[in-house]
Each structure stands twice: as C-alpha cells, then as structure tokens.
Design a protein around this ligand. Structure first.
Ligand SMILES: [Zn+2]
Length: 257
C-alpha cells in the first residue's frame, strides 16, 4: 500500500514541523490533524475516495479535523474511547482489533502513556504509525495525571514485541530503524529514572530540586516542562512502591524489615 503524508501548518515546540497526516492508499487517513481549513482541504483533494478516518489520540493537533473531513466526504471515523464525541465517531476501536484497508490489515495496539486512550496502528508489512507515542526526533511529553510514565514505558515494551520495521510518527521524520529507535526511547527513560533515584539518594526531595541537579542551566521556559517529566517519573516510582510521597516531597522507600 502506498503511504503518503501531508504536514499540517501547525509547527511548534511539541509538534516539531507540524502534524503529519498519513494517507493510506486511496481510502484511509491516520490523524487528520488540527481543524485548519486549508489542511482539511488539502486532505480532501489528495483523497477523493476517502472512506476511513483513523485517530491515535484525542489531542488538538491530531483529532479535530476528523469532524470537518467527515462532513465533507462522508468517511467513517474510527477512534478509541475518549477521542471526540460519541455522536461523531462511527466505531470505537480496541487493542488487538484488525482493520481492513484495501489490500492491507492494520492492527490496533493500545499504547497508553502519552494519553490514556492512545493507540498505534501496525500494518502486516511492519509499518507502525505511532502518533505521539514515538516521534521522529526528540522525546514524547508525558503530562500526569492523564499521561502515565508507568504505562508509557510498558507501552514501549509492547511495541518492541511487535518488531516493527518502519516508524511513521505524527511529528518528525519517518524512521527506518524502528526497533533501535524504540530501544533508544526505552533506554532514555530508564536512564532518566536512574538519575531521579540518584538525586533522591543524594537528598533532593522535590521535582524542582531534582530538576536543578539534572538540568542546572535550563532555560526558564523549559523548566516547568522538565519538572513535569520528573514528576511523571516520581509518580511511577511511587506506584511501584520504590519511592514514598508525602505532601509533594519524595524519598526513596526503605526496605521493609
Ligand atoms: Zn499528543
């Protein structure tokens, strides 16, 4: 199946060059993107036979264009629970479900973490559409409580078991080194987790104190985002019983006697 893409005109710090809307063959799109009239028009012109709109997760830069696109083309919307309104979605998709698109079959893989409802789509050829679970460059933002570092790391491990060949991310370049990229993503998070534990062992008690040790010279605008990522790690460690939280301060859990 031929895979094309159209990048939405919404570049930014989280969207990189903009949202990449993928066109599968002649009849399906993944992540129609933000509701920008020119972008929806470009998808409509490129896909006169559009029948199926697939969505990875509910964020503003991925899902909203589906509504206008459906109105213009009559295509059906397939999305996990939590994405758009029930009235506009034709089918709620779940982990393990298979979706026929022309001569291909897409498998739905639940990948909670970036958001709780996030799914990826895998073709039989090993092409993996990752939404915001894996980006073509940089890292994915995990914002608790909707985002969960524990779920996210588990989702990366699930993706590895599928041994994908190529990654088509919603932001950033297509990657031919799918397994290596996922392994790199996993190693990066586990390394950060170890740094957080080391900082706690050295006496840091808050996300801000840990951030100062890990990134002492961070630009003011990026500090908050970094502290949220560290908080996501702290919540994961607390959920696993490795860290205790008390009124916003954290400490390593001492082994029980
Ligand atoms: Zn997102």
């Amino acid at each position: 199946m031929i895979i094309r893409d159209i990048t939405a005109p919404n570049p930014g710090p989280f969207t990189l060059n903009g949202t990449r809307t993928y066109l599968l063959g002649e009849t399906a799109v993944i992540d129609p993107g933000p509701d920008i009239r020119s972008h929806v028009g470009a998808i409509g012109r490129a896909m006169p036979k559009l029948r199926t709109i697939l969505i990875t997760h509910r964020h503003e830069d991925h899902a909203p264009a589906a509504v206008r696109l459906k109105r213009a083309t009559g295509a059906r919307i397939l999305a996990p629970h939590g994405v758009l309104d029930d009235k506009v979605v034709d089918q709620r998709i779940r982990d393990g479900e298979k979706i026929a698109i022309e001569d291909e079959t897409l498998e739905v893989i639940a990948t909670p973490g970036h958001t709780r409802e996030h799914v990826c789509f895998l073709t039989t050829a090993g092409d993996l559409f990752t939404g915001d679970t894996i980006l073509g460059e940089g890292t994915t933002a995990i914002f608790p409580p909707d985002g969960s570092m524990r779920d996210y790391i588990a989702s990366l491990r699930v993706l590895l078991t599928h041994e994908p060949k190529r990654i088509f991310p919603a932001h950033g370049p297509t990657r031919e080194d799918a397994v290596a990229l996922i392994e790199q993503y996993l190693a990066h998070r586990l390394e950060r987790e170890k740094q957080v534990l080391d900082c706690l062992a050295e006496g840091a008690r808050s996300a801000a104190a840990i951030r100062k040790r890990i990134y002492p010279d961070l630009n003011f605008l990026l500090r908050r985002a970094a502290e949220i990522q560290i908080t996501a790690h702290l919540i994961k460690l607390a959920e696993e019983g490795r860290v205790v939280e008390h009124k916003g301060t954290y400490a390593i859990q001492c082994a029980a006697q």
